[in-house]
Design a protein around this ligand. Structure first.
Ligand SMILES: *Cc1c(COP(=O)(O)O)cnc(C)c1O
Length: 467
């Protein structure tokens, strides 16, 4: 067969893609009809497609390319590591330099006594590890009945059987026999759509107390852990009210259950600090990381575990691991990525210089007639589309229809912004410049205008009352 290249005709690339490639989270026949957009190159915050368009990537790939595209240092480190030691496992009493260095560096960066690292290849895998690790922890402590885990509706923790069960996405649960037993979901702290007449502060407390109610319902000696993202990402960039996390921390402390912070998106500068747990001022026992850990240049994830958890787990043989746990090339690239984030001041600059400007500009989108609210922490933000700003109303039509229309307009205007139902999301590379932020906002505004016109034409600017 002929091997296609980035210079092959788009139609040929699309046809071969449609013939053999099954895409994740995609309606295949719909995509086949339309043809996938073929991305060929990227540099900084910009993608290039097979038609030669330059596209501003306001999603940093999938929330992961924190240092931006095209960093030669990372390519160099990968090539060197492949020559020196392309693979060796860490199962059978062996180790290697990249895994040693990366684990030590993560222990140094992670807050508190999170000093021990178990490697995986993705966020999903790391959360599967966490699921087994917290149950093993309690079993070893002589409380094997403590095996129930509490998570949240509309949380996202991955799409494997374990991590998809921890997540609270009904579309995922509906396929493949999930959630697995022993996992319980409580409602999310999503004030804008679910807060009704409460103030955000009252609502934050009420939603946090659902955790306490669930613990008491299940039995306080039955609950192993609570897992949550400091700020929900895939659920729509949902920033909890200020009262939420302090109350959650109080409850997990009171009942002595383990707190797992899923930092897969929030980690590595996304929220302004190194970790979302620092931004939200929480003290997890385990953190899940992936995505920004390597800025997406290599697949890698990890569970970063406290001294206390490691002390117990370390007392048994933990019958768990992935062939590529601590893959040397992925570890070397991640370590170099962390060096860039730190030594080039990318995280500090994102917090002090990029985030304040992005916040001001992003919040200006609330002046648009289609936008009900803008919410942003660090470099993750979202806007709610609404047919009626005053009442925080949802659209009477199918949820996500307006968001989809808006996303299509963004795509046409060479801006990558994602939609989750009727929220539009950004999570740009941390290296985005002020000028690029201006371009982002201008293209978003234009796309909102066009989406608004389409919604009006199609008679879709119709509200249902909320709550
Ligand atoms: C993306 C994501 C995951 C899953 O990571 P994968 O690498 O896609 O398996 C888990 N948790 C959160 C919060 C995520 O955003």
């Amino acid at each position: 067969m002929t091997i296609l290249t980035i210079n092959s005709p788009t139609a040929e690339l699309q046809a071969l893609d449609a013939a053999h490639h099954i895409h994740p989270f995609t309606h295949a026949s719909g995509l086949k009809e339309k043809g996938a957009r073929i991305i060929t190159r990227a540099e900084g915050c910009w993608l290039q497609d097979s038609e030669g368009n330059r596209i501003l990537d306001a999603m940093a790939g999938l929330w992961c390319v924190n240092v931006g595209y095209g960093r030669d240092e990372l390519a160099g480190v990968a090539a060197r590591q492949m020559r020196d030691l392309p693979f060796y496992n860490t199962f059978f009493q062996t180790s290697h330099v990249p895994a040693i260095n990366l684990a030590a560096r993560l222990a140094e960066l992670a807050p508190g006594d999170l000093n021990h690292v178990f490697f995986a290849n993705s966020g999903s895998e790391a959360n599967d590890t966490n699921l087994r690790m917290v149950r093993t922890y309690w079993a070893e402590k002589g409380e094997p009945q403590r095996d129930q885990i509490i998570a949240r509706w509309n949380g996202y923790h991955g799409s494997s059987v374990g991590s998809g069960s921890l997540g609270g996405m009904k579309g995922i649960h509906a396929q493949g026999g999930m959630p697995i037993p022993g996992i319980h979901h409580i409602d999310q702290p999503y004030w804008y759509l679910e807060g009704g007449d409460m103030t955000p502060e009252e609502f934050g407390l009420a939603r946090a107390r659902l955790l306490e109610e669930k613990i008491l319902e299940l039995g306080q000696d039955k609950v192993a852990a609570f897992i949550a993202e400091p700020i929900q990402g895939a659920g729509g960039v949902i920033v909890p009210p200020s009262t939420y996390w302090p109350e959650i921390q109080r409850i997990v402390d009171k009942y002595g259950i383990l707190l797992i912070a899923d930092e897969v998106i929030c980690g590595f500068g996304r929220t302004g600090e190194w970790f979302g747990s620092q931004t939200m001022d929480i003290r997890p026992d385990i953190m899940t990381v992936a995505k920004g850990l390597s800025s997406g240049y290599q697949p890698i994830g990890a569970s970063i575990v406290s001294d206390a958890v490691e002390a117990v787990i370390g007392g048994v043989e933990f019958n768990h691991g992935y062939t590529y746990s601590g893959h040397p090339v992925a570890c070397a690239v991640a370590l170099e990525n962390l060096r860039l984030l730190d030594e080039e001041g990318i995280v500090a600059r994102a917090r002090d210089h990029v985030a304040p400007y992005l916040k001001e500009r992003f919040e200006s989108l609330t002046d648009h007639p289609l936008v009900g609210e803008a919410t942003i922490v660090g470099l993750m933000g979202s806007i709610a589309l609404t047919p009626d700003k005053a009442s925080r109303a949802q659209f009477a039509g199918e949820a996500g229809q307006a968001g989809y229309i808006c996303r299509e307009r963004c795509f046409a205007n060479n801006l990558i912004m994602r939609h989750v139902n009727d929220r539009m999301i950004i999570s740009p590379p941390l290296v985005i410049s002020h000028e690029e932020i201006d371009t982002l906002i201008a293209r978003a505004w234009k796309s909102l205008d066009e989406a608004h016109a389409t919604l009006q034409e199609q008679g879709l600017m119709v509200a249902v009352p909320t709550v």
